[in-house]
Design a protein around this ligand. Structure first.
Ligand SMILES: Nc1ncnc2c1ncn2[C@@H]1O[C@H](COP(=O)(O)OP(=O)(O)OP(=O)(O)O)[C@@H](O)[C@H]1O
Length: 245
């Protein structure tokens, strides 16, 4: 078996005295497309933030490609939850996407024409070419999400974290985003997605990680996406899906 893209060992995290992640352990295989699922407040966003050094860990460690985060930062793309972004920041769609190239451009340097062209092409791929010069605050939620996906595309990372990219988007945007994720996956990229819609897990993802403060189960979708695991992760309150489940 190939060595894991991510290994998480005994990770715990808290806000003040409130521990929200406990002894989290898992490994992610290269080229997998994983849904992170669990109820509201289960710690899904915190898990991602802690793994990306955006929130401190209490215990544990995370390795990417066998290395610590700092050494592989450029190979990792992150699309944050839409609600966590300051959309009033005065910048247009093209600039947001160009920021995805900072690894190549360098923070203090001006992006070249070819960088701008690359960014524009990514916007076009996401159906957002006509909005390149629109202020980010003046885009709809789904359009903002497409811009962030375009930014992830230009970054050309090996591993992507996306925090609820499908939240609040229309059906066409959902299809466009999923096609993008599947394309990234098809060329060997590893993708982890916080996902809320249990109805689409089987269609969209080949792996599922059930989280509720700690790992409830993790593995191939066909193996672990069971009524039993859903009930264990969500408690008795969830109405179980129709169909196969
Ligand atoms: N900045 C913060 N300060 C204090 N507590 C926080 C903070 N952010 C999150 N929490 C708490 O940590 C727990 C985990 O939150 P987190 O946002 O990681 O969950 P989640 O699984 O992503 O939830 P959701 O599905 O609702 O987005 C929750 O109980 C939440 O109230």
């Amino acid at each position: 078996m190939s060595s894991p893209v991510i290994s998480v060992n005994n990770l715990s995290a808290a806000y003040q005295k409130n521990t929200v992640l406990r002894n989290v352990n898992f490994e992610i295989t290269p080229g997998s497309l994983t849904a992170i699922v669990g109820p509201n407040g289960a710690g899904k966003s915190t898990l991602i933030k802690t793994m990306l050094n955006l929130h401190p860990s209490l215990t544990g460690e995370v390795q990417y490609f066998g290395l610590p985060f700092k050494k592989v930062k450029k190979r990792i793309g992150y699309v944050p939850q839409r609600g966590s972004v300051d959309w009033d920041f005065p910048t247009d769609a093209l600039d947001v996407v160009t920021m995805g190239l900072y690894g190549e451009v360098g923070w203090l340097k001006r992006p070249s024409k070819s960088h701008k062209k690359q960014a524009f092409e990514a916007l076009e791929k996401m159906g957002m070419g006509d909005y390149a010069n629109r202020q980010i605050s003046q885009l709809s939620g789904g359009q903002q999400q497409r811009v962030f996906l375009a930014r992830a595309l230009v970054q050309n990372a090996d591993l992507y974290f996306m925090d609820e990219p499908l939240a609040g988007v229309d059906a066409a945007t959902e299809i466009a985003i999923m096609e993008t994720l599947k394309k990234l996956n098809a060329i060997g990229k590893t993708v982890l997605v916080v996902h809320h819609d249990l109805q689409t897990v089987e269609d969209y993802f080949d792996h599922v990680l059930f989280l509720n403060k700690t790992i409830i189960n993790h593995g191939k979708t066909e193996k672990v996406f069971t009524k039993d695991n859903i009930t264990r992760a969500y408690g008795g309150n969830i109405r179980i899906l129709g169909g196969g489940i």
